[in-house]
Design a protein around this ligand. Structure first.
Ligand code: EPU
Length: 418
């Protein structure tokens, strides 16, 4: 297995360009199933999760042609409706195929995603919504089966503003008969990007970005062309990294308005940040102030940057309180950070971090995607040798060449192939 090696203690300077958003590209690729024809999707990041959805969609009959970061998606010959366990178990977002398949083909058989390192992550709200829309759902041999002649529009209140749940309902609703109203919908920029994509296919959707989304169903959709939004979590990871390493970095090709809560916190920690239309400049402070954060649905502080922010606070001056409200088990990176000398106490959903003068290099193990990024950031400031990060296949699921991008900023970081 590949590993990443980091020699910490070097400042970061220069420019980094942000790739397309994984969590926007995944539902957009799934939504291509709602039509027959060739859609052209630009700014698709090169990631293991994208390969996984392409492999599953390939089994359904979808053909792909890649040119750089543009992907032509041909859904003219979709004949199958099964997403197998072997692939779904490596990526929970495969559940995004459920809505489009049942709406377009009238049937779907998708392996139920299993456990996940960061929490139980049930999909009850996706299933409940599709059942209310008229799909006949049952579980057999670990697979969710859904069948429907024609889905019908519904008014639904989501107990939790689930991101992929909102996306699944939105996609299914575009082909359903009548109007669907999703209340307490997720407001994440990735949901808005999917709505934008569906509109360019001919769907009538309003309210995305607010907590009530209205979809007027029943229109025939056509293949289209779309550019995926920049990845706000990748941009946030560089923002935190630059602030941590006394950097002077320009983060290019990003959407600063998607990072308001994060920018505010990194500034409170002492960084000087300038926001422009599509780029951000960051100058890290000499002394990092401790700051408290609480993860919240968008526009709050994203759970997908909680681990990275904890690495940041591990070298701040003083105590900081980090509260995780989205996932019940998203502190698995704490024991690895402790191996680097971080002092963190966990009490339920709260972590109390006592900032250290410095972290100390050591071998550590990545446990999930964002935990891997947190360990890379910690490695960039750890002294006294090399930090070795193992199991970085997690990192490759969601970051495009993270170590190469940090290298170009002057970090001493490299990958060793197994
Ligand atoms: N939940 C339920 N029932 C459901 C659905 C969700 O109880 O039917 C709960 C979850 O267990 C969780 C909370 O609701 O406690 C929020 O989960 P949500 O459904 O919003 O998460 P998701 O859609 O599975 C997406 C991202 C995650 C990101 C979360 C929260 C994609 C493909 N994944 O997951 O991204 O953390 O929203 O913002 O969009 C990542 O990229 O590393 C990642 C984990």
């Amino acid at each position: 297995m590949d590993k990443i090696l980091v020699e910490g203690g070097y400042p970061l300077t220069g420019e980094v360009s942000i790739s397309g958003a994984k969590n926007a590209a995944l539902p957009i690729l799934a939504a291509c199933l709602l039509t027959e024809g060739v859609s052209l999707i630009h700014n698709v990041p090169s990631l293991r999760d994208i390969d996984t959805i392409k492999r599953i969609m390939g089994l359904l009959g979808v053909e792909f042609q890649q040119q750089g970061s543009s992907l032509a998606v041909n859904t003219g010959n979709v004949q199958h409706h099964v997403a197998p366990y072997e692939l779904v178990k490596t990526m929970r977002a495969s559940i995004l195929l459920l809505g489009p398949l049942v709406a377009k083909l009238g049937k779907a058989r998708i392996s139920l995603p299993g456990g996940c390192a960061i929490g139980a992550r049930p999909i009850n709200l996706h299933l409940k919504a599709l059942a209310s829309m008229g799909a006949n759902m049952y579980l057999d041999k670990g697979y969710i089966n859904a069948k429907a002649r024609r889905l019908k529009g519904i008014e639904i209140f989501l107990d939790i503003p689930t991101v992929t749940g909102t996306e699944n309902i939105m996609m299914a609703a575009t082909l359903a008969e009548g109007t669907t109203v999703i209340k307490n919908a997720a407001k994440e920029p990735e949901v808005q990007d999917l709505a934008e994509f569906l509109r360019s296919m001919g769907a009538t959707i309003s309210g995305d970005g607010t907590d009530t989304i209205i979809i007027e169903g029943g229109k025939e959709l056509r293949a289209t062309e779309h550019r995926v939004i920049p990845d706000r979590i990748e941009a946030g990871t560089f923002l935190i990294g630059a602030a941590m390493c006394a950097g002077d970095v320009t983060i290019k090709n990003c959407r600063p308005e998607h990072l308001t809560a994060v920018i505010e916190k990194v500034e409170s920690a002492g960084a000087r940040i300038r926001v422009h239309q599509d780029h951000i400049t960051v100058q890290g402070p000499e002394r990092i102030e401790s700051v408290d954060i609480k993860t919240m649905p968008y526009p709050g502080f994203p759970t997908d940057l909680q681990a990275q922010f904890m690495a940041f606070m591990s070298v701040a001056d003083g105590w900081s309180m980090i509260r995780e409200t989205i996932f019940e088990n998203r502190f698995i990176h704490v024991s690895e950070l402790r191996r680097l000398g971080a002092e963190i106490e966990i009490n339920g959903a709260q972590a109390l971090v006592r900032g250290q003068k410095q972290l100390l290099a050591a071998p550590v193990m990545a446990t999930d995607l964002r935990a891997s990024a947190c360990l890379v950031l910690a490695g960039l400031v750890a002294r006294g040798g090399l930090t070795e990060i193992h199991r970085i296949y997690h990192l490759d699921r969601g970051y495009e060449s993270l170590e190469k991008k940090f290298q170009r900023l002057g970090a001493r970081i490299w990958r060793e192939k197994a």
